[in-house]
Ligand binder design. Structure first.
Ligand SMILES: [Fe+2]
Length: 226
């Protein structure tokens, strides 16, 4: 795993080779089986943002937290993608934005997206505080396009297999149209993206929140004798 931090007008973190080979294989298995079972939704069914020109994106996706609901331990992806927290990727950031944000981060949700020919995502912002995108594709890469841009900053990030990027969600970002030869259609050979939306729901320092929980538990056991 290789973590690099950047600041080109706003901070972002790029992690290469985030997952080990074995982890990747397990993630692929679940991604493909969910897709092959037809569980990915079109923009109209997946709370997609839109403007006067219609939906901002044209791809297929699945909200994994919703799908697995209270049985998230059954999902390989939702289990493996805890890695961004256990490996302290954001905690070690030297940038004020990430190092402070991670202290209050207490929530994340996962969206799995798949792009084939003519799929894109026009410039948009996300409603979370930090967005993490992890890209996957079958090698050798069969599609063209699908570049990832921060249009307001004229920054173009190369989409590499098993590469993750973290950035402030309010920075506009965009996916250029993917071109995939029709002979490769329907074989999971396009561009995959696992998004983790990170948030601070309790608006409290998480270490303080843990302490408060312990105090509450103690108080409860004294008050209610349980
Ligand atoms: Fe986004």
């Amino acid at each position: 795993m290789d973590i690099r931090e950047y600041d080109h007008g706003f901070p972002f973190i790029i992690v290469d080779n985030l997952y080990e080979q074995e982890e990747l294989e397990e993630i692929w298995k679940e991604m493909q089986s969910l897709h092959d079972e037809g569980l990915f939704l079109d923009p109209v069914d997946s709370y997609s943002a839109w403007d006067e020109n219609g939906f901002l994106k044209n791809n297929k996706c699945i909200h994994l937290d919703e799908y697995f609901a209270k049985k998230r331990e059954k999902s390989t992806i939702l289990t493996k993608n805890r890695k961004i927290f256990t490996e302290n990727i954001i905690d070690t950031s030297k940038n004020w934005f990430f190092s402070n944000f991670i202290k209050t981060c207490d929530f994340d949700s996962t969206l799995l997206s798949y792009y084939e020919n003519q799929n894109y995502y026009r410039a948009h912002t996300d409603s979370s505080m930090v967005t993490g995108l992890c890209w996957f594709y079958q090698e050798p890469k069969r599609f063209e396009g699908g570049q990832f841009l921060f249009p307001d900053y004229k920054i173009d990030i190369e989409v590499a297999n098993n590469r993750m990027i973290f950035f402030p969600s309010f920075i506009k970002h965009q996916v250029i149209e993917v071109r995939l030869d029709p002979k490769y259609a329907g074989q999971n050979l396009g561009r995959w993206c696992m998004t983790q939306f990170l948030d601070s729901k309790s608006i409290a320092d998480t270490s303080m929140a843990q302490k408060r929980k312990e105090i509450e538990e103690d108080a409860k056991s004294i008050l209610f004798n349980r």
